[in-house]
Design a protein around this ligand. Structure first.
Ligand code: ADP
Ligand code: MG
Ligand code: MG
Length: 248
């Protein structure tokens, strides 16, 4: 599904990604771990098409499409979802109304009609029940005064509604309490299927107690320096990142 080959990316004069290779198949959950500053968020931003980064070499192919040719919105329409992509506060626009427009925009981009209102309602009901999101939450203004846990809930709801092919969850290193961890993990576990893939980026192993990845990769200094199964995350928890740094 996703094939990353020799990906190099820079910001200004500084090279941050220095030759990333990664193959992700449908149905798989991959975790990307690594110390602060390794380039984890940069990798997710580059996949999503953030224009602050310049890809200087290599390629990212999603289902045969070269993502370099596509603007961020087009990537989203092709099913790439990055958490924190819509962190804006929009007073007066509810969580559900925001989703309605996002979904219809995607359909429009694909040349489809708007989703009929009853179908939309059904989808909202189905996804909110699955994720145990209550009605009151759905009618709140987008991100306005949201707690950390509520922001996560909203993100996971967006993911559930958009049914992305490739979901990338960048859990920025701090501020995820145990509630938020459970919300994220629960959402991912309920939504993963044979048709989609999930990439969980995390500094800490604890999220991976709830989402068991098929593969774990360690990103260090702009490269994937080690890959393994879920046990690698435990090894990192025990030993920290110093041995990785020493080996590289
Ligand atoms: P991680 O998510 O693994 O902590 P990042 O991808 O955020 O790492 O950052 C990787 C490196 O790129 C760091 O050294 C960081 O300082 C640098 N970097 C990231 N974004 C910018 C930016 N906008 N301007 C300059 N340097 C940046
Ligand atoms: Mg960081
Ligand atoms: Mg980061």
């Amino acid at each position: 599904m996703l094939s990353i080959k020799n990906l190099h990316a820079s910001i200004g004069d500084k090279e941050i990604l220095k030759g990333i290779n990664l193959e992700i198949k449908a149905g798989e959950v991959h975790a990307i771990m690594g110390p602060n500053g390794a380039g984890k968020s940069t990798l997710s931003a580059v996949i999503a098409g953030n224009e602050n980064y310049e890809v200087t070499d290599g390629e990212v192919i999603l289902d045969g499409d070269d993502l370099a040719e596509l603007a961020p919105e087009e990537r989203a329409h092709k099913g790439v979802f990055l958490s924190f992509q819509y962190p804006v506060e929009i007073p007066g626009v509810s969580v559900t109304n925001f989703m309605r427009s996002a979904i219809n925009e995607t359909r429009k981009a694909k040349g489809q009609e708007e989703m009929p209102a009853n179908e939309m309602l059904k989808l909202i009901r189905e996804k909110s029940e699955l994720l145990e999101i209550d009605r009151k939450f759905l009618s709140r203004s987008l991100n306005e005064g949201f707690s950390g846990g509520e922001k996560k809930r909203n993100e996971i709801f967006q993911m559930a509604m958009l049914e992305p092919k490739l979901a990338i969850l960048d859990e920025t290193d701090s501020g995820l309490d145990i509630d938020a961890l459970r919300i994220v993990a629960n959402g991912v576990n309920k939504l993963k299927s044979e048709k989609n893939a999930v990439v969980v980026i995390t500094h800490y192993q604890r999220l991976l107690d709830y989402i068991v990845p098929d593969f774990v990769h360690v990103l260090y200094n702009g490269k994937i320096v080690k890959s393994g199964d879920a046990s690698l995350a435990h090894e990192l928890e025990d030993k920290g990142y110093d041995w990785i740094k020493a080996e590289n």
